[in-house]
Design a protein around this ligand. Structure first.
Ligand code: MG
Length: 372
C-alpha cells in the first residue's frame, strides 16, 4: 500500500522519449531493470569502495555496497509506505558515476580537470552515463529513465543551484526531491558507517577496543551484547552489536521521518516537494551518534597510514593516465577519437569520461602498459 505522499509511476512526468507501457512492469520497475542490465552497473564490481583488492577480496566493493544500500532502502521505504520500486532503482543507481578507486579517484580526477578549467562530479557524471553513454536502444541514446530517477541522481548528496548549473534547470532545483530520493543519502550513510566498521575490524586497521572507546552508538549495544552473551567470542559479539547498531539507525530514520511527516502535515508529493527542508532525517541524538561514528571512520580508517599508500597510488594512476591521454589523444579508442575531432566536447572532458568509466583493473593495466 502506497502512502498518499509516495511517488506513483502513473503520475510521473515520464521519460524523455515516450515509450509504450510494458504489459506487466510499471515504469519504475522497468527503470530498476534498466539500471541492473547496464554496463556501468556491472563495472561497480571492480571499483573500490574503501579497500582495494590488495587487502582482501571479501571486503565490500562498490557493487556489494550498492546492494546493501538497496536492501536497507527497500526495508525502510516499505515501512514508510514509499514506492519501493523507485527506492530500489535510486539505490542501485546512486554510485554509478564513481570513477575507479573510490573517493581518491574522484578527488584526483577533479584535480586534473580543474587544471584545465573544468571539474568532475560523480552525480553529474552518473546523469551523463544514463543519458548518453549507455547505448542499448535503437530509438534513443541512454537508458531513457523516468524523470524521478534522473532527478534523484542529481539530488543525491548535494544541492545544485540553477544559477550555477543552468543545464539542470528541468530538475526543479529549488524544490525538495521525493522521499524515495531523500532516503538514499541516509541509507547510504547507514550502510557504509556499519559496513566500514566491519571491514575495518577485519582489516585489523582498527580494533574492537578503539571502536568501543570512540563510537558511542556501537558501545551502547556492545555492553548489552556482552551481558547477554558472556561466553561468545569477540567477533560474534561485535557482529551482534553491529547488527543492533544498524537496526537502531534504520528504526530511528523510520520513526523520525514518520514524525516529521505528521508534524508538517504532509499529505501529497507536492507537499514533500514544497517543504522548506528535506523530511527524511535521523533524530538529533542519533544524528550526533552517526556523526561521531563517521568522524571516527575518517580519522582512524579512511585517513589511516595503512590506506594512505593505496590512496596515493590510486591518485597517481589517475593523474598519470589523464595526462597521458590528454597529451596523446591519438592513443584513445576510436569512438573517443571521433568525439574529440567532432569538437562537441573538450578533450579534457572526453579523457575524463573515458577514465571515469573504467574499472580499477582496467586503469591499472593501462597504467602498466603506458606509464610502467
Ligand atoms: Mg554510496
Amino acid at each position: 500500500m502506497l502512502a498518499s505522499y509516495a511517488a506513483r509511476s502513473d503520475a510521473s512526468p515520464g521519460r524523455r522519449h515516450p515509450e509504450p507501457q510494458h504489459a506487466y512492469r510499471d515504469d519504475f520497475q522497468r527503470d530498476r531493470d534498466r539500471v541492473i542490465h547496464s554496463r556501468a552497473f556491472r563495472r561497480l564490481e571492480n571499483k573500490t569502495q574503501v579497500f582495494t583488492r590488495r587487502l582482501s577480496d571479501h571486503f565490500r566493493n562498490r557493487l556489494t555496497h550498492t546492494i546493501e544500500v538497496a536492501q536497507i532502502s527497500r526495508t525502510i521505504g516499505a515501512e514508510l509506505g514509499l514506492n519501493v520500486d523507485l527506492v530500489e532503482t535510486l539505490a542501485l543507481v546512486h554510485d554509478i558515476g564513481h570513477p575507479p578507486f573510490g573517493h581518491a579517484g574522484e578527488k584526483a580526477l577533479d584535480r586534473v580537470m580543474r587544471e584545465q578549467g573544468e571539474s568532475f562530479d560523480h552525480n553529474l557524471h552518473a546523469l551523463r552515463i544514463v543519458e548518453h553513454f549507455e547505448q542499448r536502444y535503437a530509438d534513443f541514446r541512454g537508458l531513457n529513465l523516468t524523470f524521478e530517477v534522473r532527478e534523484g541522481i542529481i539530488k543525491h548528496s548535494r544541492d545544485y543551484s540553477a544559477a550555477e548549473y543552468p543545464q539542470l534547470q528541468e530538475y526543479l532545483l529549488d524544490k525538495r526531491p521525493p522521499l524515495e530520493a531523500q532516503l538514499i543519502d541516509l541509507t547510504d550513510e547507514i550502510a557504509y558507517n556499519t559496513a566500514d566498521l566491519d571491514d575495518g575490524l577485519e582489516s585489523e586497521i582498527i580494533n574492537l577496543a578503539l571502536i568501543r572507546k570512540n563510537v558511542g552508538i556501537f558501545e551502547r549495544f556492545y555492553r548489552e551484547v556482552e551481558k547477554r552473551y558472556p561466553a561468545a567470542i569477540d567477533k560474534l559479539r561485535f557482529n551482534e552489536a553491529l547488527k543492533r547498531m544498524l537496526d537502531c539507525l534504520a528504526g530511528d530514520l523510520i520513526n523520525t521521518t514518520k514524525a516529521r511527516l505528521a508534524d508538517a502535515n504532509i499529505k501529497t508529493m507536492d507537499d514533500v516537494r514544497s517543504a522548506p527542508q528535506r523530511l527524511a532525517a535521523f533524530s538529533d541524538s542519533v544524528e550526533s551518534e552517526r556523526r561521531e561514528a563517521k568522524e571516527f571512520l575518517y580519522s582512524q580508517l579512511y585517513y589511516s597510514p595503512e590506506l594512505k599508500r593505496d590512496k596515493e597510488q590510486s591518485e597517481q594512476v589517475i593523474t598519470d593516465m589523464f595526462r597521458f591521454w590528454f597529451a596523446n589523444p591519438e592513443k584513445l579508442p576510436a569512438s573517443y577519437r571521433e568525439q574529440a575531432s567532432s569538437g562537441n566536447s573538450s578533450l579534457a572532458r572526453i579523457v575524463c569520461d573515458y577514465i571515469a568509466g573504467m574499472t580499477d583493473n582496467f586503469i591499472n593495466e593501462q597504467h602498466r602498459i603506458n606509464c610502467g
